[in-house]
Each structure stands twice: as C-alpha cells, then as structure tokens.
Design a protein. Sequence first.
Length: 125
Amino acid sequence: MNRTEKGRFGEEKVCEYLIKRGYSIIARNYRIKGGEIDIIAENGDYIAFVEVKTRKPDSMVTGFEAVDRRKQGLIIRTAAEYCRRYPNLLQPRFDIAQVIVSMEEVLSMEYIENAYDTTGYDVFF
C-alpha cells in the first residue's frame, strides 16, 4: 500500500467510526487554495473538521504531533472558508484521528474531539 492508499484507507476507517457514532459525512478531502480538510462531518450539534493521520507502527512522529500549529492554522482557515461558503448553525469543532495500520489492517485508532480551537487565529465562524 503506497502513501496515498494508506491515507485513504485511514480516512475510510475514520468515516466508518463517525457514522457508527451518528455522524453524517458532509465532505471528504475538501480543498481550497492553501488548505485541505480530510473529513467534514456533522451530528446535529457540531460540524466536525477532522484531520486524519495514518501511520505505521514504527513512525517517528505520532499523528497528533504532526498536526502542529501551522497545520492547525491551515485547517482553521479552510474550515472558516467552508462555513462562509456553506453557512450552518452548528458549532464548529476541530478533531484529530490517528490510525495505526500494518498492511491493510487497523492496529489502533485514537480519536480526539475538540483537539484544538481557534484561539489566537484571526478567523470568524
């Protein structure tokens, strides 16, 4: 499985996880110039902007560490633009999912709701 396939595999598993928990998947791989959001999902209360990091068991950096302040800023800016284009009344939330895979098997999945917020960023929702 190459890097792109591994990433898509992890995203698919996170979508399945969210659907089982009552979320609707609104968009996948939503892109604007300078940013991308892996999954946008909603559950009636929240619109969740989810960054998925799929890793091998021996990765040097965890998926959570990979979503640094710079990456968070890109996601927040992209989410703000999404909300501008597609207005809604749901509370925005920024989640991170880490999927550890070996071959085509999920070894573990960790999901952090509200992993970070917009504090310190000049954006409006």
